[in-house]
Write a protein that binds this ligand. Structure first.
Ligand code: SF4
Ligand code: SF4
Length: 444
């Protein structure tokens, strides 16, 4: 894999004068005997770990650059100057896996990443894009999309190509099997225009099993993070199913769209107590990195500091130990039991015809979560639980009785008014359920 190696001189040549200052200031690069790019110097010697594709032996960077949340300029388009610097920094620090899709940034992501990667030797980076399952109409449309993607990305092959966002079994059957799109993509693979073929997945365990049992796949991308590991997404089960077939896993949403970078205060505290050196985002990345069959962890980075932190987090990333995994599972439980509500207090949902002070209830609830005063029913019988229970009722006593969550009749009139897409009646019901459970525990 001679092409996979870059030297500092190459990096300077390929990165160009614009980004040179950045790279020169932050790192020195050299290629080690094993082909890994080593950076050292001003940024703490971080270089991203690599993992082999078990089928090909090709090394992918453990951190994959997801191009779905690139920084935006004032006009809402990709801020190409900043985004290019981020890509150059990542490349210079060993990131060789770049993930885009037909739908990202309204179709601009493929064009952008193609333009930026063009300056690097084709064999030194791995580019993934996807057949847009939600929008592709039929085989003719798929052929047109695939040819267009090659042109947009300015490449003559894709290293990895995925059926995007498989969710609906009927749709998969109709498009990919009956219309022949999967056969067509396999022909592209045989012709060398796709190196490895797989899919990204959001569906049920049963659908995944059928896909695994009936078709050969080179790679599978699943949503995986410590919150979804044992949660509704069933990430652990899916990971083990794919692993049992010997297929490498690519992880998406390791930080759950940024949510795990800002977990609630109870979750943050237990993580900090266990290892104060890791940030919440680093905890989340290290959790997925601990799973040995994870080949690439995608992160949709939108600022240079995300790239720097993620590169260092996944540099020489040792697996987490049992105590650390226990802390993460406890943190996941805190987050699941008391997720904060993303209300911005804009009041567009008001007035409620039944008198509920919607933002007022959400504010009090969020304050309880953030100040570690929300009660967890699993802690029943402890002194802390009693303290939190009193705090809960005391906090809600500051809102007029007729404006509390108890008066929501679920008429649904507020839902469409909320720009944050908060399921207002369900969230109010969640608070009510907690209140009812606490009341049934005895005197307030
Ligand atoms: S759903 Fe509940 S909070 Fe929303 S308008 Fe109806 S009663 Fe008010
Ligand atoms: S519209 Fe949504 S974000 Fe705005 S106050 Fe109501 S619940 Fe909060």
């Amino acid at each position: 894999m001679k092409d996979d190696k870059i030297t500092r001189r190459d990096a300077i040549r390929y990165i160009g004068a614009g980004a040179l200052g950045l790279v020169a200031a932050s790192s020195r690069l050299e290629t080690l005997a094993n082909g890994r790019v080593q950076a050292d110097g001003g940024d703490g010697e971080c270089v991203v770990d690599r993992r082999r594709d078990p089928f090909t032996g090709v090394e992918n960077s453990l951190l994959g650059f997801g191009c779905m949340r690139l920084p935006l300029a004032g006009d809402g388009k990709i801020d190409e100057q900043i985004a290019e610097k981020m890509i150059d920094y990542a490349y210079a620090h060993g990131v060789n896996y770049y993930d885009t899709a037909w739908t990202y940034h309204g179709g601009e992501s493929e064009i952008f990443i193609g333009k930026v990667l063009k300056k690097y030797p084709r064999g030194s980076f791995h580019l993934t894009t996807k057949m847009p399952t939600p929008v592709v109409k039929d085989l003719a449309d798929a052929k047109n999309i695939f040819e267009t993607q090659l042109r947009k990305c300015q490449v003559d092959y894709f290293d990895y190509y995925l059926l995007h966002a498989l969710l609906d079994e009927e749709k998969f059957q109709k498009l990919y099997i009956e219309d022949g799109i999967l056969d067509y993509l396999n022909e592209q693979k045989a012709a060398g225009r796709i190196r490895r073929l797989g899919f990204s997945f959001h569906g049920s365990v049963g659908f995944l099993q059928k896909l695994l049992d009936n078709y050969p796949w080179d790679v599978i991308q699943i949503q995986c993070n410590y919150l979804d590991w044992k949660g509704d997404e069933k990430a652990e089960i899916k990971y083990r199913m794919v692993t049992a077939k010997g297929i490498p896993v690519i992880v998406m949403e390791p930080i759950r769209g940024g949510m795990l970078a800002h977990p609630n205060a109870d979750a943050k505290e237990i993580l900090h107590k266990t290892n104060p050196k890791l940030t919440p985002a680093a905890w989340a990345l290290r959790f997925v990195a601990t799973q040995p069959n994870v080949m690439v962890i995608l992160s949709g980075m939108s600022a240079m500091e995300h790239v720097r932190e993620n590169v260092c987090t996944l540099s020489d990333a040792k697996p987490l130990g049992g105590e650390e995994i226990d802390a993460l599972m406890q943190a996941a439980k805190y987050i699941r039991d008391a997720p904060t509500i993303g209300c911005t207090a804009c009041r567009y949902c008001m007035p409620c015809p039944f008198g509920v002070d919607i933002p007022g209830n959400f504010r009090i609830y969020n304050e309880l979560v953030e100040s570690k005063r929300i009660p967890y029913l699993g802690d029943k019988g402890t002194h802390d639980f009693e303290r939190r229970k009193r705090a809960f009722f005391n906090a809600f006593s500051h809102i007029e009785e007729k404006a509390t969550f108890e008066h929501c009749v679920k008429c649904g009139r507020c839902i469409r008014k909320c720009p944050q897409h908060i399921r207002i009646p369900s969230e109010l019901q969640r608070i009510r359920d907690l209140s009812d459970a606490l009341k049934s525990e005895g005197a307030q």
